[in-house]
Design a protein around this ligand. Sequence first.
Ligand SMILES: [Zn+2]
Ligand SMILES: [Zn+2]
Length: 135
Amino acid sequence: MTNRPLAPKHVLVFDALKMAGRPVTAYQLIDAVRDAGISAPPTVYRALNRLISDGLVHKLESMNAFVVCTHTHAGGTVPVFTICNACGDAREFADETVGEQLAKRAIERGFILDRAVIELHGTCAKCVTLSAQAG
Ligand SMILES: [Zn+2]
Ligand SMILES: [Zn+2]
């Protein structure tokens, strides 16, 4: 975490991500901010790195996508995402127990944890209902 204020370009990228309301890839973001005058991909990548290190955005490695954090992670709670394989919807919740246990296991191994994101893949409630209706 840092207390440096976000640069205007960081804010633009953050706003574009908020507007998307779902996980988006860096390429999709680059498209989204082009009209706002940001056309250099490295600018977008730098903004993403900054937003991630500030805890405002998470990277979903399994989707190679970025999503706005809907929690604060005060107290070291680990972000957990449920990701729907059918519609791509990603929802975040913060689980204190899991984060604590994983951090403890890592420390036991002399590992210094930088950040963690847990990604759970499956089918969201909406898609479960839809497929039940279709069946
Ligand atoms: Zn979060
Ligand atoms: Zn779904």
